[in-house]
Design a protein around this ligand. Sequence first.
Ligand code: CAA
Length: 268
Amino acid sequence: MGRPQLNLDTKPFVIFEKKGAVGLLTLNRPEALNALSHPLMDELEKALDECAADSAVRAVVLTGSDKAFAAGADISEMEGLNAAQMRLDPHLSRWDKVATFPKPTIAAISGYALGGGLELALACDLRIASETAVLGQPEILIGVIPGAGGSVRLARLLGRARALEMLLTGKRISAHEALKLGILNRVVPVELFLEEALKLAREIAAMPPLAVAAVKKSVLSALSPDYPDYPKALKLERELFYDLFDSEDQKEGMQAFIQKRKPKFKGK
Ligand code: CAA
């Protein structure tokens, strides 16, 4: 089956709205429970590029509908392909783009977050879910494994036994189970999940941008396969810390503290 090159529909598959300093990206393919087709991921990549380039956007919230964050990669696009054809397709690199996005990202999850959908949420920095969210890596049930980082990210997040239980059974778990496992930051009633994610994004967006970027870089490096050892991660953290002392925001933040006033950060 060939890949559709374009969104031939009249509606966008990803709606991009600016909410103050927060970029809100809403997956919008309800008829397929937001299955992550090529055209949808093309639009997501473009919206992320816009958010990265716009200095007024300081954090990004990625969400779906109440019923589905995303039910996985689009099975109908890949079912007929062989391994060589799959290898030639850069589709899965879009998930990496989310994972390495330079600004903080929050997944606001409700309903199904399965397969590539959960992998998309795992590629974000933080995850807020509704009580109705259902998470899982069901790829094994259709004869494959996660291909967009799910087995690696879950192994790091949950450890061997708990990751393997999810991956080997393909079982769906509830939001409360996922919270207990450490996959989610918090679980709230369905009518609040998006507002809660936006609230957290606004809080982060109000922080000094250079320090936000540095803290994200440090945490990602600590988890990166390029920095397998703690001494390297600690060294990078220290360098980032020192670098911030050349910024106006560091001077402003520390002076404001001493002068007992609110700091005015400029991202410089
Ligand atoms: N790909 C393509 N279409 C999908 C889809 C997917 N991943 N998930 C749902 N849909 C479509 C269905 O085909 C259906 O379309 P039609 O109405 O045209 O038939 C529509 O969305 C609604 O789905 P259901 O009728 O199945 O709804 P349901 O409420 O009965 O079940 C569900 C919901 C449990 C999520 C079920 O749709 C499901 O199991 N989906 C597939 C989940 C899955 O296996 N995801 C992993 C995909 S592989 C992957 O993601 C690989 C990777 O690592 C990148």
